[in-house]
Design a binder for this molecule. Structure first.
Ligand SMILES: Nc1nc2c(ncn2[C@@H]2O[C@H](COP(=O)(O)OP(=O)(O)OP(=O)(O)O)[C@@H](O)[C@H]2O)c(=O)[nH]1
Length: 351
């Protein structure tokens, strides 16, 4: 384990109030390959308890309270991360190779991710790993209907954990699974209950490490393009404004033009583009470039050695809220000088 030379991975663990974040974290921290994970917990309110319930070396836990990590105390998150690093350097803490940040139940994880990537000092020492969202069987569906925060947490996730499966009745788990894939077709969904050993891949198989993991891209592209299976045109839920759709073209993109289009899109509609993942064919390149975005933020593009599923051609998955899909497709085509009919793709799904 090396803390001083390699960037330390930060995993954001989120999920609605009481969904089972702390319980999952406890189980994860016991797994051998996740030993050496420091923990930062943000609790809403004056008196935090979660840090007392997480079973790890006491000093590794930093509690951020009296505010929501996503809005009021982003500076505190930075301080907490840098202080962990400093204490480890001074030998006051064991070295650590990963930090898990557990958010409050009502946090929007996207600004946290933005803080981590925008701050030069944090970027130097830390890298963003999977955003993991826990949704529980008993309350998940109703929370998604009642609270936009719950919906956003699901939409931006890299991994979705369905918790409290031991309490599932009838087809409740299947119904939740279907709903989650409708909202976020690209996130892998894993079941969990307190009595089970969770899969350490929840944190370890890092979707942001795409250069090494072309298979991850293949997986989410497949999920997005087969999302039609989860299409519920007659779904009468009240959150139909979150939709996932795919932009495709066989024509190679001109990188500067594409980059300009993307920055204009996010400038104008960043709030509404909850998640964006793309595999791009770029003029003059045989192998693809991967782009990933969380709201306003675009991660550094990554070149892959080969097309992960052996199929070349640009595919961009967009998960957006209240954004007109057809106009995004139109502007993508026109701005990038594409034949318009090339990228008219059916709506993948709506939630
Ligand atoms: N039956 C059952 N109960 C669970 C499971 N996971 C968590 N719980 C219970 O659900 C309650 C809330 O779990 P926590 O892990 O504290 O949830 P949390 O998301 O961290 O909660 P907040 O920090 O308050 O948002 C606790 O009583 C847990 O014991 C599970 O898989 N099965």
């Amino acid at each position: 384990m090396s803390t001083l030379t390699e960037p330390i991975t930060v995993n954001v663990l989120t999920g609605f109030l009481g969904a089972g974040k702390t319980s999952l974290l406890n189980r994860l921290l016991r797994l051998p390959r996740l030993a050496g994970t420091a923990v930062i917990i943000n609790e809403f309110g004056e008196v935090g308890l979660d840090h007392l319930l997480v079973e790890t070396m006491d000093d590794d836990i930093v509690l951020l309270k009296s505010g929501c990590i996503c809005c009021t105390i982003r500076g505190d998150l930075k301080d907490a991360l840098l202080s962990l690093l400093e204490r480890s350097r001074r030998g006051e803490l064991p070295s650590f190779s990963r930090v898990a940040v557990e958010t409050t139940g009502i946090a929007d994880p996207a600004p946290i991710v933005a803080t981590l990537s925008a701050d030069p000092m944090l970027r130097h020492h830390f890298r963003i790993g999977n955003i993991v969202t826990v949704v529980d069987v008993p309350n998940g569906l109703s929370n998604l209907s009642a609270y936009p925060e719950a919906l956003r947490q699901v939409a931006v996730a890299d991994r979705l954990v369905i918790s409290k499966t031991d309490l599932a009745q009838g087809d409740a788990e299947a119904a939740l699974h279907a709903r989650l894939s409708a909202i976020n077709p690209t996130a892998e969904i894993l079941p969990f209950s307190e009595d089970l050993r969770p899969d350490d891949a929840i944190f370890l198989h890092d979707v942001h490490d795409l250069a090494a993991r072309g298979s991850e891209v293949a997986r989410w592209l497949h999920a997005a393009s087969s999302g039609g299976h989860h299409h519920h045109p007659h779904d009468v839920n009240s959150h139909r404004d979150i939709r996932a759709f795919v932009l495709t073209t066989d024509q190679p993109l001109h990188w500067p033009r594409f980059a300009l289009w993307l920055s204009m899109l996010l400038n104008r509609h960043g709030e509404r583009v909850l998640r964006l993942k793309g595999l791009l064919a770029i003029e003059g390149n045989d192998s693809p470039v991967v782009i990933q975005g969380v709201q306003h933020l675009i991660h550094k593009p990554v070149h892959l050695q080969r097309w992960p599923d052996g199929v070349s051609g640009t595919r961009i998955v967009v998960i957006a809220r209240g954004l007109d899909e057809k106009s995004v497709q139109r502007s993508f085509s026109i701005f990038n000088g594409l034949r318009y009919e090339d990228n008219i793709d059916d709506e993948v799904t709506s939630a």
